[in-house]
Design a protein around this ligand. Structure first.
Ligand code: GLU
Length: 343
């Protein structure tokens, strides 16, 4: 099918962040406002996660200029978990292209929990989107590599290029999750039965479990997000990681499915494509401007970090990041003389 993208050059709308001092001031203010918010509870679904200090809170804004603003515990490392799905998806899109991945994985919301088996059954064995576990497993299975070890190495180096530094596996989280991820194994086998995974499903789960156990900090999340905001070039290292087209595809998927079953509400309140994970990280991306990385382990019932959500909402408003917000041109500049508005 011929689409408009075959015929029309992609132009981008522009806009920029406020001056460095103002971004710095607002990042500090976002941290100060919400650091005493004790709502929510830390994840306990794998035993080792329950040991984290719930008071930890880091806020980081990375600009597409390469400037990075850090407040609080921005270098505390935690396992990336579901946030890895966004970046592995980008790497797989870079490898296979828009159409192949859309067909194999899908882009639509399931309306069901991220680890739902029913969602696969309800959709004729189709995983639906790459931010739920079924779609994420199908996506990881598409990573390039002649062996599972090579696929895993490509995941690790790919995510490291987004972060601009070498990311390491958290062995304890990996082992703990490997011992308790029966449901993910079931989902992978189900996808195999529908012909959606061609490789050994348990090996795919193993690569996926490793990808979730990569250690990142809030600064990494901001820089990884800023790479998606910067047309695929890491603004800190200057390295191109993926194409601008892949960034667009990835952000569209995040907007509709990045924040578990609260993706619609998140978009309504905050207006930014974002992804969160059960360890308390959130990355929110403002295309062409930068990204916000937050970390705080207390989660709301949907699985999103409470302080991270508040801090991102605050920064989205104060920095003018909401992609749906506009002001009337006439109100800002005055309607020029002689211009007639038709009704
Ligand atoms: N590794 C987790 C799982 O597959 C990801 C959880 C999450 O961050 O949503 O269950």
């Amino acid at each position: 099918m011929k689409t408009v993208s075959d015929e029309v050059e992609q132009e981008v709308s522009t806009g920029s962040l406020p001056a460095w001092d103002r971004v710095e001031e607002l990042a500090r203010s976002a941290h100060a406002r919400f650091r005493h918010d004790d709502e929510g509870a830390v994840a306990t679904y794998i035993p080792v996660l329950a040991e984290v200090d719930p008071a930890l809170f880091g806020v980081c804004v990375a600009e597409v200029s390469g400037a990075v603003h850090e407040v609080g515990e921005t270098s505390y490392e935690f396992s990336v978990q579901s946030i890895s799905k966004a970046f592995v998806y980008a790497l797989v899109c870079e490898e296979h292209g828009h159409e192949v991945v859309r067909e194999r994985v899908g882009v639509d919301n399931t309306g069901l929990a991220f680890n739902s088996v029913i969602a696969v059954e309800l959709n004729d064995g189709h995983p639906m989107n790459p931010m739920v576990n079924a779609g994420a497993l199908a996506t990881t299975a598409l990573m390039p590599g002649a062996s599972f070890a090579e696929q895993w190495e490509n995941v690790r180096t790919g995510l490291s290029r987004f972060a601009g530094r070498q990311l390491e596996l958290d062995g304890e989280v990996y082992r703990s999750e490997s011992a308790t991820n029966a449901r993910n194994k079931a989902i992978a086998r189900l996808l195999q039965s529908y012909g959606r995974i061609d490789l050994d499903p348990l090996e795919v789960v193993d690569v996926y479990t490793r990808q979730c156990a990569l250690r990142v900090d809030a600064r990494d999340l901001a820089v990884m997000g800023a790479t998606l905001a910067d047309g695929g070039v890491n603004p800190v290292t200057g390295e191109r990681v993926v194409s601008a087209q892949v960034c667009r595809d990835t952000l569209a998927v995040l907007a509709s499915t990045g924040m578990y079953e609260r993706s619609g509400e998140w978009l309504f309140e905050i207006g930014l494509p974002a992804k969160s994970g059960v360890t308390g990280g959130i990355v929110a991306i403002a295309p062409g401007k930068g990204a916000i990385g937050t970390f705080s382990p207390r989660l709301d019932p949907a699985g999103n970090s409470v302080r991270g959500r508040h801090a991102t909402a605050y920064l989205s408003r104060a920095l003018g990041l909401n992609i749906f917000a506009s002001a009337a041109q006439a109100a800002a500049t005055g309607v020029p003389d002689g211009v007639e508005h038709s009704a």
